[in-house]
Design a protein around this ligand. Structure first.
Ligand code: HEM
Length: 160
């Protein structure tokens, strides 16, 4: 039903999807898990000084950055394809925080490509911690889009 009182209609469909399921929502669990785990792995290296944790952090940082870029491409395609997503302030806030997160994630990975152990204290730990905060804010705003604004949840025939 059309919401005349609300300049931004409630709910949108998804255009970047597999069989009606939003691709972005399917991809985001991977960078979220990797980017949180790299902080835990950095803390483990700081505590035990076992090179295993430095290698683990290197792979987690790389996986988080690359999967984050894949998820970001799907999210950006959705943003560009659906006008009613572009009309929501929460969508742009989410986009800005996500781009900051991906920049921090790439820097955190690049830093470790030389000497994975030397990179951890202090800069690696700082970037991993900042990544966790940005994951939290980006995830919160993404959740706001889905659960409050009902972005990507309507079927094609329900759309205005
Ligand atoms: C870089 C550009 C990005 C854009 C333009 C973007 C856009 C969007 C959009 C439009 C939605 C609504 C659901 C949909 O239509 O698929 C969404 C949801 C979400 N996004 Fe992003 N996103 C980006 C990156 C990221 C990143 C890097 C993360 C986290 C690592 C993230 C986490 C989330 C989460 C957790 C949701 C809620 C998904 C759900 O529960 O279904 N996004 N995003």
């Amino acid at each position: 039903m059309k919401q005349f009182a609300d300049p931004v209609p409630h709910g949108t469909t998804t255009r970047v999807a597999f069989f009606g399921h939003p691709a972005h929502a399917m991809l985001v669990p991977f960078p979220i898990a990797f980017l949180v785990a790299v902080f835990a792995s950095d803390l483990a290296w700081w505590h035990w000084s076992d090179p295993f944790w430095a290698r683990m952090s290197l792979w987690l940082a790389g996986g988080g950055a690359l999967c984050g870029i894949l998820a970001g491409i799907a999210g950006t395609a959705e943003l560009l394809a659906v006008r009613d997503i572009r009309r929501r302030a929460a969508a742009w806030s989410h986009f800005v925080v996500a781009v900051m997160l991906l920049s921090v994630g790439m820097a955190n990975w690049g830093l470790r490509l030389g000497d994975a152990e030397a990179a951890i204290v202090p800069l690696g730990l700082y970037l991993s911690g900042l990544g966790v905060v940005l994951v939290g804010v980006a995830g919160w705003l993404g959740g706001t889009l889905v659960f409050e604004h009902q972005v990507g949840v309507l079927s094609e025939d329900e759309e205005d």
